[in-house]
Ligand binder design. Structure first.
Ligand code: NAD
Ligand code: 0WE
Length: 262
């Protein structure tokens, strides 16, 4: 019996077979969780349905997190079909493309800042607000995906850095708020992975190879690495962990200098 058997989980953020949310879904399904999926817009519906079918799930619901009515509708459907929810996965990030090019102060605008913070950070709190009644009395867990750019200045990550810093603070405030209801809230800070969100970022291939070379494990992480850590964090095996950011980055963040000959 898997260590997530009996758990019902909502998975956001599937956009392709390479999405981090797919690595999470496959680990969850393997460990016995029952899954529901959301897709952003009609364009992604078919692809999300394929992933859902592979994970023995038939619940696929539309969700654009900028729309409170869609968030409410997702929770209504889950209430009707499941009566409650044990796990909420937030695997969503977005900044307008032109925000992720060139120097920070050249690229950042009031509108770009607002959009990236709304979609990448506020939306996690919005899901927490809406799912809260459904998570009562079941040792529930919420999980989001973040990146080192929250705490270090990374070239061209630009306004996504402040947005991920806000998301990580959100993890702590939500953990403090929901802890008395037995609900845990954590984040995984993943190393760079070639997903749709990374496609078209100029120089991403070089970022991948330099991250691997500078890491203790001398490799990049995979969506399977992230999925397995997510399964642990959302299971009762992690009952004592909340408000944390766990790094799944092949150890990259701990290094202070490259060691000679390595
Ligand atoms: P991805 O493109 O597969 O997933 C991003 C998802 O965000 C997509 O499914 C997209 O539909 C969704 N999204 C964007 N705007 C939305 C909106 N308004 N409403 C609903 N959904 C919306 O890429 P990914 O790399 O799997 O990204 C998932 C998460 O992981 C993001 O938060 C990203 O910042 C984070 N992350 C990625 C990496 C990496 O290198 N790929 C590293 C660390 C953290
Ligand atoms: O969080 C991310 C990616 C976030 C992202 C990506 C896009 C591309 C398409 C947010 N918004 C958009 N908007 C688009 O239109 N990562 C952690 C991956 C990533 O992106 C980078 C990175 C890394 C790592 C951008 C610059 C530098 C490093």
């Amino acid at each position: 019996m898997g260590f997530l058997s009996g758990k019902k989980a909502l998975i956001t953020g599937v956009a392709s077979d390479r999405s981090i949310a797919v690595g999470i879904s496959e680990a969850f399904a393997r460990e016995g969780a029952e899954l529901a999926f959301t897709h952003q817009g009609d364009r992604l519906k078919g692809r999300v349905e394929d992933v859902a079918a592979r994970c023995n799930s038939k619940m696929v619901l539309p969700l654009d997190v900028t729309d409170d009515a869609q968030i409410a509708h997702v929770m209504q459907e889950i209430e009707q079909q499941w009566g409650g929810i044990d796990i909420v996965i937030h695997s969503i990030g977005f900044a307008p493309r032109e925000q992720l090019q060139g120097r920070y102060l050249d690229a950042v605008t009031r509108e770009g800042f607002a959009i990236s913070h709304d979609i990448s950070a506020y939306s996690f709190a919005a899901l927490g607000k809406a799912a809260r009644p459904l998570m009562q009395g079941r040792d529930a867990a919420m999980l989001t995906l973040t990146y080192l750019g929250a705490v270090r200045a990374v070239p061209m990550y630009n306004v996504m850095g402040p947005a991920k810093a806000s998301l990580e603070a959100n993890v702590r405030f939500m953990a403090a708020d929901l802890g008395s209801e037995g609900i845990r809230v954590n984040g995984i800070s993943a190393g760079p992975i070639k997903t749709l969100a990374a496609a078209g970022i100029s120089g991403f291939r070089d970022m991948l190879s330099s991250a691997a070379a500078a890491s203790p494990l001398k490799r990049n992480v995979t969506i399977e690495d992230v999925g397995n850590t997510a399964a642990f964090l959302c299971s009762d095996l992690a009952a004592g962990i909340t408000g944390e950011i766990i790094y799944v980055d092949a150890g990259y963040r701990i290094m202070g200098m490259q060691f000679p000959g390595q």
